[in-house]
Ligand binder design. Sequence first.
Ligand code: HEM
Ligand SMILES: [Ca+2]
Length: 443
Amino acid sequence: MRFIGDWKIAFATCFFIALSIYVARLEFDNVVLHFLRLAKDFPENHTGGKVSEKSPYEEDFMTMFMSTAEDIDRSYSLHYDFYQESCPSAERIIAKAITETYNARPSIAPSLIRLLFHDCFIEGCDASVLLDADESLTSEKEASPNQSLKGLDVIDAIKSELENVCPGVVSCADIIVLAAREAVLLVNLHASLLVLSMLIISVTLNHVFGTPQAGGPFYPLETGRKDSVAAFKEIAERELPTPQANLSVILARFASRGFNERETVSLFGAHSIGTTHCTFFEDRLYNFAGTGKPDPELNPGFLQELKTKCPFSASASSPSPSPGTGLAPSLPASDCPKNYGMSPTGGNDGVIDLSFNNEGGEENFGTRYFRRLMQKKGLLFSDQQLTSSEETETWVRAYASDPQLFRRDFAMSMMKLSSYHVLTGPLGQVRTTCSKVLPKELI
Ligand code: HEM
Ligand SMILES: [Ca+2]
């Protein structure tokens, strides 16, 4: 009995020490939150909707948020707490909905982060990706890269909840970026108390030994995005890099949207969570670039493990665009079985964790992905391409060994992506249903 009592006291003590260290180590997020509070007290100091031209790494969150903006007309720009008066509970409602959904369906977190990328990368964060086809519009959802998107139902559900509370106020574009922000925060954080306690202890141990905390980083977001009245299927087909894209294609696509190498590499850290279909990399296992052999850039032991997860299928032997082409631009999705889209028939529809056989630990958001790249264990050809140039490999190595650097850079890049090319003021509309533009009589 005595032993059990001692054990309990020891456990409780460890738990509270672990908790204190964990909380203390959240300094990064706390600084941001502190700054957010400051920002709230001085609302006239917010930046406008445009992403700063200056590299965000020369600035911190404070300056990015509070730097000079006097010359920007606030009604035409994003600003912090845009819904403060029009819908004060909006951000709370979104956060609650995402947390509840995540508790029942943790896979929602990566799906929402990917949804943000696919929306913002194509003509900006304007919810264009959510529109359904109608007589005047071809849906972006039909573009081959978007056919495997998930989580749209959750955005729709949040939107209808918000429409009940404050009709016609909160844009779908803002819901996407806020939902993705909550998703980043939640990744790997499970709700059950037992799991949470164990997580805190294991995370604390990780800290002691120099590895990062669980969950993704927090980053502040301005709001006030408007929704588009158009969708951009062809642009999505053409511009979203394919899993077979080589580094120059990838860097060019990101650079044309203002992202440098460092920012691009940091965003790829999102691939440390979620899943991928075998069809997106099976050519690397069986028939790389039509050679009938595996990709020599794939770790041999890892290759064998992947083969058991993704057995040879008809689609693995079908011709594929040679790596690096991005997307065969002249072929419609259905004619191009190995492009970004799901091959409609004969494809390997197996699904595998992007962190398959992860050695970095579940809690290791970001860092584990970069460590795997250094071991030639990138799942997608496009992932492994990040180690193919000196500049990008430098960042891969940096993020693999410095979790705090990754968290900071990822947060900054996600902020930048979330504000890319937004519509504000009269340039867009607030849809009442995310999948439909407003009927003319309501505009
Ligand atoms: C060259 C650039 C990229 C390519 C080729 C690419 C490709 C892919 C592919 C093929 C999948 C698997 C989809 C499926 O099978 O359902 C995937 C998943 C994912 N991607 Fe990317 N991606 C890229 C960049 C990004 C970026 C920049 C982000 C975020 C900032 C991102 C976030 C994700 C996430 C979180 C998942 C998991 C989705 C889920 O589990 O539902 N990706 N990506
Ligand atoms: Ca868009």
